[in-house]
Each structure stands twice: as C-alpha cells, then as structure tokens.
Design a binder for this molecule. Structure first.
Ligand code: 5AD
Ligand code: SF4
Length: 451
C-alpha cells in the first residue's frame, strides 16, 4: 500500500474535505501516514481567507519540496488557494504535480491516475453545476470512537461581503438534500457519535428540501443524538423559525456563533453586510428571550478600509453590550478580486500598526468579558458531554458544556457519557472541576472505544 499525508489549513469545511480526500484515496489503495517523511503522496488542503493563511501554505510547500526530491513523492495542492490560483500555482511552483479545487475531491483517484500514468501535470478546478453537485458521502466507520462529529449540509456562499474571498473559492450555495443529511447523522449515531455539528459557509440559508430550523429539529430526533450544533451563520438568515427551534428543542445547544464583523453601521455598509447594529441586536434579543443563557460568539474584523477610531470604539461598545462568550477577531487583510481590496485606496487603508493596536485592545476587552462570564459558573453544576482524557492533564477527563465551554475534571465518566460536573475553578478559556455523578452512559458498543 502507498501512503498519503494531508496537511490541512483553514476552517472546518477544509478539515472535512480532507477526510473525504482520505476516503477517495483509500479506494485506490492509499493509507494515511502521520508524517510527510515517508509519504508517497502529499496534499496541501489550503485556505485563502487571509493573507497569513496563504503565506503559511507557501512556506509548507517549500518544506515538502525536500520530501518530493528525496522520495519522489507526488505533491498536490487542493482547497481554496488552489481554486483561486489555478494554473498560476503550477506555473509558479514547478514541483507541484497537481492542483484541484474543493468541488473536485471525488476526482482525486482519476487525477492521481493521470499524474502517475501519463506523467502529466493536472489542474482540476471546474465548478460543478449547482444541480449536478453531489456531496461526497462520509463513511461513518471513520467516525467510530468519536463523540462529536461534523456533517456538511451546504457549501458555497451567495452573499457579497466585500472583504471575503469565499464566494470566489467555494462558489454558489448548494444545499445537501435533507434525507442525505439525516442518513449520515443516523449512521454516525450508530457508531457511537452523540453530538453533530452541521457545517457550511452559510448554514442558515440552507435550502435542501426543508428549512434549516426543520433540519435541526429532525437531526435532534435521530436516536442516540444528544446534541445538535451548527456553524457558521449570517445574521440576515437568523429567522424567527430558527429562534423558535431554540425555544422548543433542548438538544439544539445553547450556543450561537453570529459573526457581526463591526460595531459601526458606517463600516457595515461598505462591508455589504446588509444589517445595522440595531437590527443585529434586535435579533439577538429575540434569541436570548427564546433561550435564556445562550452563549453568543462572533467574528470581528478590525482595520477595514476607512475604519476610524470612532468606528472602532463602536465595536468595543458593542462587545461590552452583547457580552460575547468569545470572539474571533482578525486584522483586515485584502484578498484578491474582492470588492474591498479593489476599493482599499479610495476608502483609506488603515496603517498596520493601528490595526495591531486595535486588535490588541479588542482582544484584551474580550478576555476580560470571557473571564467574567466563565467565573460566574464557579460553584455551579454543569452538564458535560465527555470526549475523553484532558489534553492538558492526562489524569483528568475532558468534555464540553452545552454552551460549548471546555471542561477539565476529575472523574471516571467514559467518552460518550453525560456527566454532571461541579465547577471549582475557571479561566477565560476553560472550566475545571469534579464529577458529581453520571447522567447518562454511552451506548454499550461505544464504551470500548474510550480513548
Ligand atoms: N480579512 C480579515 N478577516 C477576514 N475574514 C473574512 N475575510 C477576511 C479578510 N479579508 C474573517 C471574518 C469571517 C471569518 C471566518 O474570517 O470575520 O467571519
Ligand atoms: Fe479558508 Fe474560507 Fe476556504 Fe475555509 S472556506 S478554507 S476559511 S478560505
């Protein structure tokens, strides 16, 4: 058997795509290897969301060149950079053997055949027509032993946010038919998975035969599934129906990742986010009324072209007002072919030092808020879905609360169990405590899979 190594950059969609690549490669007798040094095939699954991600992949490519030269390994580039850079990559990097886009994963065996058989360099980045797109089906067996898994429900993005490269790299939105999604969830539940996260670049604009709210409710009904999560959402698709789903179905976890991007209407407009801060807050208020205590997280971009100190101050005050559980904040990075990159000069680029300084202030504020929110959990008993041993301390157990808070605790609850844990200590990132009692054991088959 030949061996493959995949280096994955970027988001959960890419992580999932890498798993599908592995399954496609298994069909032509390739087995995974944990190190690139003994691989016969190396694939970089790339991300282009920010310039930094692209730089990282270029330096990795340089490192793998040595393996290519010494072992004669094949080297391929997939994912978002591949989709956008296409032939340029082959021209610029002479030791790359093939380039393929996210829509062409199923073609991987054929691509490898052409590269090895006909010794040609291959580029496969054609979009598959919306009507013809078939989502690669995950093999549930590869998830045996996992407590929590991701399920792709849609791909692509039809929004026009001016900073974002995703519409260029992932194409138009396509939703996966709901019976396929439910079948995959049921398959995962059968091998012991207890929590599913439905993923897509814009999940709540799902149109796979039923609404996204209905899809969540149906997933929650699958026997064996205890929790249903999803990511990531655009505020304009946060419908009343979705809010109601939070009201009626406790298995839909009390966590909502709702990227706001900026706290200033003056910046949201050229970002083309099509909501105002007031409208965003109004949606959030409704959501919190439907599920009190729901943890809200967000994404923020600082230093978008034209952002003034006043605009940034509004982002700080929004952060305080919402009391986000957590934020992923980024420095604005111009991406090829995006509206904002083309207009950056006209709108006024924010100097790099100013961007850094704003990012630091925002992150400091968020750390304080996260710290306070977490410390409020001290003394409480929280429900934890156990995932296994703690990564930081092998003597402790590790799991998550419904809000997606990380918990490290003393106890004996096996992976897949629900345990009640008393919180004794908190940090901005995690809760620490001790098991009070077991609430529910995993299915018998899953017990043996304890890690
Ligand atoms: N620069 C900086 N951050 C970006 N994001 C998307 N595009 C850019 C960009 N050009 C951020 C957004 C998005 C998250 C996934 O990445 O906040 O929600
Ligand atoms: Fe990166 Fe976006 Fe592509 Fe995910 S979809 S890999 S975040 S560019």
């Amino acid at each position: 058997m030949k061996r493959y190594f995949i280096h994955t950059f970027g988001c959960q969609m890419n992580v999932n795509d890498s798993l599908r690549m592995g399954e496609a490669l298994a069909s032509i007798q390739y087995a995974p290897t944990p190190t690139p040094d003994d691989a016969d095939l190396i694939i970089l699954n790339t991300c282009s969301i920010r310039e930094k991600a692209e730089d990282k992949m270029l330096s990795a490519l340089g490192r793998y060149r040595t393996v290519k030269v010494s072992r004669g390994a094949l080297l391929g580039v997939g994912g978002c950079v591949a989709q956008q850079e296409k032939d340029k990559l082959l021209a610029k990097v002479p030791y790359v053997d093939f380039v393929f886009g996210p829509d062409n994963i199923a073609k991987l065996p054929e691509i490898i055949g052409r590269v090895t058989g006909e010794r040609e360099r291959v580029v496969e980045t054609a979009w598959v027509d919306t009507e013809e797109y078939v989502f690669p089906r995950a093999d549930p067996e590869t998830s045996r032993g996992k407590v929590s898994e991701f399920v792709t429900v849609m791909k692509g993005c039809d929004n026009v946010c001016s900073f974002c490269v995703v519409p260029h790299t992932r194409g138009r939105e396509v939703s996966r038919p709901f019976p396929d999604v439910l079948q995959e969830v049921a398959g995962l539940a059968r091998v012991g998975v207890r929590e599913v996260t439905l993923i897509g670049q814009n999940v709540n604009s799902y149109r796979g035969g039923i609404s996204f709210a209905q899809l969540l409710l149906r997933c929650a009904q699958v026997p064996g599934i205890l929790r249903v999560r999803f990511t990531t959402s655009h505020p304009h698709d946060l419908s009343d129906e979705l809010i109601d789903a939070f009201r009626v179905e406790p298995k839909i976890t009390p966590h909502f990742h709702l990227p706001v991007q900026s706290g200033s209407d003056r910046i949201l407009k050229p970002m083309r986010r099509d909501y105002t801060v007031e409208q965003y807050l109004e949606r959030l208020e409704k959501l919190r009324a439907a599920r009190p205590g729901i943890a809200v997280t967000t994404d923020i971009i600082v230093g978008f072209p034209g952002e003034t100190e006043e605009d940034f101050a509004l982002t700080l005050s929004l952060t305080e007002r919402v009391r986000y559980e957590n934020q992923f904040s980024f420095i604005y990075s111009p991406r090829p072919k995006t509206g904002a990159a083309l207009k950056e000069k006209d709108w006024g680029a924010v100097p790099h030092e100013v961007k850094i300084e704003r990012l630091e202030r925002l992150q400091k504020l968020q750390r304080t808020i996260s710290g306070k929110l977490m410390s409020e959990a001290k003394g409480q008993e929280v429900e934890v879905l156990v995932e296994g041993r703690s990564k930081t301390d092998p003597l402790k157990r590790f799991g998550r609360t419904p809000e997606n808070r990380t918990v490290n605790f003393d106890g004996d609850a096996p992976a897949g169990a629900l345990a009640l844990v008393k919180v004794e200590r908190t940090t901005p990132n995690a809760l620490y405590g001790a098991q009070v009692r077991m609430l529910e054991l995993p299915e018998v088959g899953a017990l043996a899979l304890e890690t």
